[in-house]
Ligand binder design. Structure first.
Ligand code: PSV
Ligand code: MN
Length: 386
């Protein structure tokens, strides 16, 4: 059994990207609950994200969503982020909120709509140049609600063609990460429903295209860690959107619903060379509907850190020996010993040794930051996904 000091150096390289939209108001299709102090501008979202990083040392980059985070001057936004000790990360395109996209975007039957969606992605690539972002993340709401509504195969061909057009505009060092989701908002069929479809399109695009795995986008019971292992094996796991689900795409705090699943996923990430590895971007994709936005983000990055620490504690040599000896009880015991190791006290010490608060959520509550933004952020339009 390894000890915390064996893994501390590796664990210290952990960096989790936070999503700008987590700081805005969110809810369900029934109700969005506004919170006091919610950011009204991309700058205010970045300031909140910087607070998460300041208290945890874990969140050095912020992902933007376009057009939600549209500004006139992206170099200025980049400098602003830098002045707060963070950087701008993945640029997320949005092809799900325009009237024109009612029947799809990159897969739409009408070439004019497809062209509009392609143009949006080219705009995102230009933003990436100015923000110094590496990744363009594409998630498509495309699909159909009824059998026969459109020809599924033709839609794949259109997607192939649209993605190829976008891909050719990537600058050296830039990447596309293609996210999949098995349902919603389309309910009969989705154009990129699973990792296999995403992978096929990535292979067709070229070596700078990777799959994005959102942990909430799978049917109940799916063995997500197998998908992680498989994508790492073929070198095409580009990024994670971490969150938790009980039912569907719930976007709850990662590690909240099933910490053991998160542990198993992170074990495969480590096993497959996905950590430490800058090429696998660990990102949150969450909404905080009933909890404080900033505290919810802090709790989430700490949850990833805790489960990663436990995954790193797995004695891989012992595990391999038990596996090669076909001894399932011993092999499983190695996994469970690591999983049941409480790393919270060691992590508190680790934080203090780096000048960070031992308990980041408590430190946030005591910091007065929330009071300050509640009194300063009066008027204007609070950010919200609706
Ligand atoms: C879609 O459900 C998704 O997971 C995509 O990553 C979007 O960009 C994000 O949620 C925010 O709507
Ligand atoms: Mn996502």
């Amino acid at each position: 059994m390894l000890t915390f000091s064996d893994i501390a150096a590796t664990l210290s390289t952990l960096a989790i990207e936070v999503p700008s939209w987590a700081y805005g108001n969110s809810g369900t299709r029934f109700k969005v609950f506004p919170q006091k102090g919610t950011p009204r501008t991309p700058e205010e979202k970045i300031a909140d994200a910087a607070e998460v990083n300041r208290l945890t040392g874990l969140a050095p980059t912020v992902a933007l969503h376009i057009p939600w985070d549209r500004v006139d001057d992206y170099s200025r936004l980049r400098d602003y982020a830098q002045s707060l000790g963070v950087r701008l990360g993945t640029i997320n395109s949005n092809t799900f909120q325009e009237e024109a996209y009612k029947f799809g975007s990159l897969c739409h039957p009408d070439p004019k709509v497809r062209q509009m969606a392609i143009k949006h992605h080219l705009d995102c690539i230009e933003i990436m140049r100015q923000t110094h972002s590496r990744d363009l993340k594409i998630w498509l709401a495309d699909g159909t609600n009824y059998p026969g509504q459109d020809d599924m195969c033709s839609r794949q061909e259109r997607l192939d063609d649209s993605l190829a057009q976008i891909y050719t505009h990537l600058a050296p060092g830039q990447r596309i990460v293609l996210e999949y989701k098995f349902f919603e908002p389309a309910f009969y069929h989705t154009d990129v429903p699973d990792w296999g479809t995403s992978l096929l399109h990535c292979l067709a695009m070229g070596p700078a295209a990777f799959v994005c795995l959102d942990t909430g986008h799978h049917a109940p019971g799916t063995n997500i860690e197998f998908i992680v292992a498989q994508l790492l094996r073929v070198g095409r796991l580009g990024s994670f959107d971490f969150n938790s689900r009980f039912y569907a795409d719930d976007d709850l705090m990662v590690g909240a619903a099933d910490p053991f699943q998160l542990f198993r996923i992170l074990h495969e990430v480590v096993r497959g060379g996905g950590f430490p590895n800058d090429d696998v971007q660990l990102m949150l994709d969450q909404c905080h509907n009933v909890e404080n936005h900033i505290a919810g983000q802090i709790r989430s990055v700490v949850n990833v850190q805790e489960m990663l620490a436990r995954a790193l504690l797995i004695d891989r040599e012992e595990l391999s020996q038990a596996q090669e000896a076909c001894d399932p009880l011993a092999a499983n015991q190695v996994m469970m010993d690591a999983f049941y190791t409480d790393v919270r006290a060691d992590l508190a010490d680790w934080r203090v040794s780096r000048g960070l608060p031992a308990d980041p959520v408590k430190a946030f509550r005591d910091s007065g930051y929330q009071d300050r933004i509640e009194s300063e952020r009066i008027g204007g339009n609070q950010a919200s996904w609706t």
